[in-house]
Write a protein that binds this ligand. Structure first.
Ligand SMILES: Nc1ncnc2c1ncn2[C@@H]1O[C@H](COP(=O)(O)OP(=O)(O)O)[C@@H](O)[C@H]1O
Ligand SMILES: [Mg+2]
Length: 223
C-alpha cells in the first residue's frame, strides 16, 4: 500500500430541496494512496460529482473530514482553499471549463501565472508539446475539437504539478476515438508526473483500467 495522499472520514452531505433535506452522501470513508488511480462509479444522481466537489474543496460537507497529505482541507477558509486548489489539485471536467477568451497557451499558463511562477510560459509550452498541441497554441477553445480542448484542460490541470487530479467524466463529451486518446494521455502523464488520479466515470472500460473502483449507490459506498 503506497503512502496515503487523500483520506476521507465519515463524509455526509445533504441538499435542501424546497423544505426537505435530502441526503446525497452518507458516511463516506476511504483512503487513496500516492500515485493511485481510483475510479468512482455509480448511477446518475448517486453523488459522484458532489463527492468530487468536496474532495476538491469546491463545496463543503455537512460533517466529516478530508485530508490531503497532512492538511485537513475540510477545515480551511476560502482563501486558503483557493491556494490549495491552485497549487495542489488539478481539475478536469466533462465540459472542459476552459476560458473562452484565452487561447490554448494562455489557458494552460494561467494557473501558473496566478501562482507567480516565472517558468509559466516554458511549462505551458512543454505540456502543450507533450500532448501534441503546440501547433495549435494560439487557437481559442471554440477553434478546437472536444478532444483537443480536453488535452488543453489536462495541461492546465498539471501545470502547477499538483499531487492530485480530480476528473469528472473527462471523456464523457467525446466520441470514442477522442475519448481513447484523452484517456491514454491522461494515464501516461499521470505516471510521468507521479500524480494521483481520482476519476468519476460511467464507462466500465475506463473503470477497468483503474487500480481500484469505488462504487456509489444511493450516497453510500456499495460493497
Ligand atoms: N446544488 C444542488 N442542490 C440540490 N440538489 C443537488 C445539487 N447538486 C446535486 N444535487 C442532487 O444530488 C444528487 C447527486 O448529484 P450528483 O453528485 O451530481 O450525482 P452524479 O454526479 O452521481 O450524477 C442528485 O439527486 C442531484 O439532483
Ligand atoms: Mg455527475
Amino acid at each position: 500500500m503506497p503512502k496515503p495522499l487523500l483520506r476521507v472520514e465519515e463524509l455526509n452531505k445533504t441538499y435542501l430541496l424546497g423544505k426537505q433535506r435530502v441526503a446525497v452522501l452518507r458516511d463516506i470513508s476511504f483512503t487513496v494512496g500516492q500515485g493511485e488511480f481510483v475510479a468512482i462509479t455509480g448511477a446518475s444522481g448517486s453523488g459522484k460529482s458532489t463527492l468530487l466537489a468536496l474532495l476538491g474543496g469546491l463545496d463543503q460537507a455537512d460533517s466529516g473530514r478530508i485530508f490531503l497529505g497532512q492538511e485537513e482541507i475540510s477545515k480551511l477558509n476560502e482563501k486558503r482553499l483557493a491556494v490549495l486548489r491552485n497549487r495542489r489539485i488539478g481539475f478536469v471536467f466533462q465540459s472542459f471549463h476552459l476560458a473562452p477568451s484565452l487561447n490554448a497557451f494562455e489557458n494552460v499558463a494561467f494557473p501558473a501565472e496566478l501562482a507567480g511562477d516565472r517558468e509559466a510560459a516554458a511549462k505551458a509550452e512543454r505540456l502543450l508539446r507533450r500532448v501534441d498541441l503546440w501547433p495549435r497554441y494560439g487557437n481559442f477553445p471554440s477553434q478546437l475539437s472536444g478532444g483537443e480542448r480536453q488535452r488543453v484542460a489536462i495541461c492546465r490541470a498539471l501545470i502547477n504539478t499538483p499531487s492530485l487530479i480530480l476528473a469528472d467524466e473527462p471523456t464523457g463529451n467525446l466520441d470514442s476515438a477522442a475519448a481513447a486518446l484523452v484517456l491514454d494521455l491522461l494515464l501516461q502523464i499521470k505516471d510521468e508526473y507521479g500524480v494521483t488520479l481520482v476519476m468519476v466515470t460511467h464507462s466500465p472500460e475506463v473503470a477497468a483500467r483503474a487500480g481500484r473502483v469505488i462504487r456509489l449507490s444511493d450516497g453510500r459506498i456499495a460493497a
